[in-house]
Ligand binder design. Sequence first.
Ligand code: FBP
Length: 552
Amino acid sequence: MKLSPLQIARYQYSPKLPGMLRNGIAEICVKNGGPTESVADQEKIQALFPNTYGKNEITFQKGENTSPAKKQVVGVILSGGQAPGGHNVVCGLYDALKALSPENVLIGFKGGPSGLLDNDFIVFEDDYINQYRNTGGFDIIGSGRTKLETQEQFAIVVENCKKHGVNALVIIGGDDSNTNAAVLAEYCAAHNTGIQVIGCPKTIDGDLKNEDIECSFGFDTATKTYAEIIGNIERDANSAKKYWHFVKVMGRSASHVALECALQTQPNICLVGEEVAAKKMSLAAIADYIADSVAARAAKGWNFGVAIIPEGIVEFVPEFSVLIAEINELLAGEKADSFNNLPTWADKYAFIENGLTAESMAVFAILPQSIQQQLFLERDPHGNVQVSLIESEKLFSALVKDNLAARKKEGTYNGKFSALHHFLGYEGRCAFPSNFDADYCYSLGYNAAMLIQYGYTGYLSKVSNLSKPAEEWVAGGMPITKMMNIERRHGADKPVIRKALVELEGAPFKFFAEHRAEWATETCFVYPGAIQYYGPAEVCDLTTRTLALEKA
Ligand code: FBP
């Protein structure tokens, strides 16, 4: 493998651990916190998790290590979408296990949860691990989106673990993967398998958090990567002064990524799905809101600007989610074939017009034809519209263009509107982890080993106080059931981790809301530049604005 100079330099980087984990393994002891309860539906969750519910939160502190001496054989998987820092979780876990005893073994199951089912694995050793330290990506063992959720799957997982003598599994994943980790932990406890399960909070989307888990890893690096690009686009916009840039950023559902990018770059517009839902904004109302900014800036002679669009936005627009539900129904089962066999788009349009309610047809009719067709082309294996594939950046720029044309007719707008489109997603998911993510991830992995050593199961590795220097970070564990509630999934009540959406009463959104009117009409762009790995701590160890505002 040919290495870049930065990669070689990053191999030498020593990730910072929380102060309490720096004393050496022999001097880490447990401090018990209080018992926990789930975020909602306590009785139901307790009944579903009789062995793992309600356990104490714990933190580690300096003191005599009282954990029993025991050989550890630990399995690890990466699950779901890539997030910068995943390699460091594995490295931290490996280093702590080896520090506990050179006899300990770490096994990586390949390709995500399916590796556990297929017994596809690698046993980690120094030479292999060392190639991945402080690097981006998940290629150390790969990842996947297979869901581990049925009793049959759990039985196979246990059988495969037994083949290797695995006594603990670490699942590095988002809300779905950690929900499954909690269910697997309960299964293992109920069946006396002797296998512990520990989760680690991963997702660039930033929606796996609560008062204990201050952020999921990868969010810091991904948003800094996107913010760098958006800042560069802003600078170009401000130089050329002739384009409006519509930038869609990843985040399947919650708008944390978009909001964080806005806080870092101060664009003219940033949509926040959670606000759109709360205010029940229609597509026309959103277009009007953006067009107001375009028109106000045009009146000053500025026919340029930047708008950030969160990937998940359309699902938050009430009329659009109704439309999608109706389309799913319209094409359910064999009706999809009848539709697909229609020879022309005009025939298909008539079929749609006939099948949708008048309200949904009115929404459908204002969409650009490319988006109308996308709604019927891009379907998931269950036949549903794949909302994440909708080019919402193009949708909104087209609606704004129509809105401005109407304003022109009325004589209220006389500018020029030329739009360019960008989608920032995969560009950020495998970036070299920022120092924050390198340190945080290594600490999560190291800490997971300590949780295993002390016999915990059904816990999420927790490192908090993250807005402070790493020395002051607090390491410990939180029972995963604390984040759970009951939700309706595929027609049944299921215990799941509650997704953390953007809180409209939270400090990050409030800061944005207080400033956005000025950002919309003035040019207040901020250019964050590239992530810095070497240099002054105030540049290199900067946290996200979201974390800073939440913890201020
Ligand atoms: P996770 O929830 O698994 O962390 O993934 C999140 C994400 O990066 C979203 O932002 C995005 O919508 C999605 O993954 C894309 O998934 P895929 O890799 O399957 O295209």
